[in-house]
Design a protein around this ligand. Sequence first.
Ligand SMILES: Cc1ncc(COP(=O)(O)O)c(C=O)c1O
Length: 344
Amino acid sequence: MIDLRSDTVTLPTNKMKQFIMDSPLGDDVYGEDPSVNLLQNKIAKIFNKESALFVPSGTMANLISVLTHCNRGDEVILGNKSHIFFYEAGGISAFGGVHSHQINNNDDGTININDIVSAIRKKGDDHFPKTKLICLENTHNACYGSPINTDFFNEVKNIAKKHNIPIHLDGARIFNAAIALNKSVDELTKDCDSVSCCLSKGLSAPVGSVILGNKNFISKAKSLRKALGGGMRQAGLIASAGIFSLDHMVNRIKDDHSNAKILAGKLNLIKNIEINLNQVHTNIIFIYNRDKTLSNQDMLLSLEKNNIKIDYKGNSKFRLVTHSSFKKEDINTVIKVFRKIFKD
Ligand SMILES: Cc1ncc(COP(=O)(O)O)c(C=O)c1O
């Protein structure tokens, strides 16, 4: 099976498994798991942040971060295509009573600065919730996997600072952004007060995410992690995979990006498949089925019958994501199957 639904589908390599088996373990709720501590110290250094906290998932990393910044009834400004707003089951509202103020995401994942300024609530008026946080995303999953450069964060920071509002970054794929923009992750996230980063996407670890921020923020986040049931005991068993990923899986992300470009270029030549090649920036490709004789459901079923899985997003739009288990040689296999299904 060639699974292009997401970069979350990667399985640990044998070397990663061996590294996990050899890693020392302890009880992380007591702060005594050497592998969790090593991962947290290592990634905090990479991001040039004071502290880091290992958590089970990207969704929990974002939830804990928002809940650490905000109290019930506070408001967070975020993009209308952001993962936190769109794909996290409304957790910030359900569990934190946090009110979301969605503003339009541009195709490149940014938000117009003027829209952010207008969304910030006037202080001292009892009608309004308090604006307590701005959430951004990089790369921006639903906005074509766009990597967003430092100038945008700089502009948002200038506004945020003026109003004393922190910035949280959903950096599930921040290493993809760094590779695409040829910048370091610490440079890309220097204007963000907190960052969540997934180890289980392009970095190919089986489980886990990390929250980064200053010591005080991470200490509050840690008690929220416990409250949410995210305090894990011998968590080094999974954190060690993250250590391996940071050491061995970062530089290879460039292959995912070049495979995505080649795959998109070839798919674009097939009759009735529509792609905007200018919107293939990292490892995420969106395609549209324009074949009037092929339903979206039949397209998915035919692909699956030919051992290919992709993700359906509605309105004839599909997502394909390249990752470490998808090799350059697989591109031609995928193209052959698409040609057959689209009778090209
Ligand atoms: C941008 C972004 N943020 C957060 C998440 C959530 O990560 P998880 O699936 O580990 O909860 C995802 C998952 O795909 C994502 O794409």
